[in-house]
Design a binder for this molecule. Structure first.
Ligand code: UTP
Length: 294
């Protein structure tokens, strides 16, 4: 197989889902814009990408998600006002959000599934490997997970997925990977199944929100038929790659929050608040006091 030595600088963030599991909050406000303490969830994801060396990010949106584009635009009036009133910390925070990376937007005209959303990125991606960061998976940790995956791609020159082991009762709602160990936290995946019934579980490893793909995924996606839930599933296309070449699995170092469900949103808020430089100490005191009454 031909070796690819291209630096990964492009990422795709699919954010065009309905967010049904967090309705009614997501009826008007996209779930990706729900605040985790003081930043919308998608900003954590873009910060992770930028800290991993990504310079160009395509966000897949749909009708009603213009607010995402507005959040990452400059707001000169607000910035002038903050400057005049000497609120430099706020000014820095506001201008940071419009300077993280070059952002591009495209609409997925119908929510036909994650695989279909990724296929909307074909022209943007061109002939380069690229990162995918799911718009509703926030992952915190010392080394950005996207960077951990890029490092694995550079080492093995194969597509890479970020994964964690899930409890058996939960994996039936996710995907299951057939894996063999390579070293430490690195495994090779040779097959996968989306939302397996109990007797079809291949391992407890499941893809969680991050992958590095090569452009040949687009050709596979164009031939992928609707799968689970009548949607074009990214895992069905990745399964073809896994069976053909193998996919590298990184059991990543980091804490993942699924902000596509209510419990995940609350867990993210509590844990991010506890580590927050401004409110962390007071929040901890409050939480300890509250816990006494539980
Ligand atoms: P999910 O399946 O978790 O998102 O997709 P969803 O469709 O919004 O979920 P529910 O079931 O309605 O609550 C994972 C990611 O893929 C995006 C979502 O926005 C989410 O970030 N996605 C999903 C798309 O961009 N397009 C789609 O057609 C489906």
């Amino acid at each position: 197989m031909e070796l690819i030595f291209l630096k990964i600088t492009k990422a795709v963030i699919p954010a065009a889902g309905f967010g049904t599991r967090v309705l009614p909050a997501s009826k008007v406000l996209p779930k990706e814009m729900l605040p985790l303490v003081d930043k919308p969830a998608i900003q954590y994801i873009i910060e992770e990408a930028a800290a991993s060396g990504i310079t160009d990010i395509l966000i897949i949106t749909n009708r009603g998600k213009e607010i995402i584009e507005n959040h990452f635009d400059k707001n000169p009036d607000l910035e002038r006002n903050l400057e005049k009133s000497g609120k430099s910390a706020m000014l820095n925070a506001v201008s940071l959000s419009s300077n993280l990376a070059n952002l591009y937007f495209i609409r997925q005209k119908e929510a036909k599934g994650l695989g279909h959303a990724i296929s909307c990125a074909k022209t943007f991606v061109g002939n380069e490997p690229f990162a995918v960061l799911y718009g509703d998976d926030v992952i915190t940790g010392k080394v950005p997970v996207c960077k951990q995956l890029i490092d694995a791609f550079n080492e093995y020159n194969l597509c890479v997925v970020g994964a964690k082991q899930m409890p058996e009762e939960k994996i039936i709602n996710y995907g299951s990977l057939k894996v063999e160990p390579i070293k430490e936290n690195i495994l090779k995946c040779t097959d996968m199944i989306e939302k397996p019934s109990k007797d079809k579980i291949m391992s407890l490893y499941s893809i969680l929100g991050r992958c590095i793909l090569t452009p040949d995924i687009f050709d596979i996606l164009s031939k992928t038929l609707p799968g689970h839930g009548g949607e074009i599933q990214l895992t069905d296309a990745m399964k073809v790659l896994a069976q053909r070449d193998g996919i590298i699995v990184v059991d990543f170092d980091g804490k993942r929050y699924d902000i596509g469900n209510k419990l995940g949103i609350m867990q993210a808020n509590v844990e991010i608040a506890l580590n927050h430089t401004e409110i962390g100490k007071d929040f901890k005191t409050y939480l300890k006091e509250l816990c006494k009454s539980l």
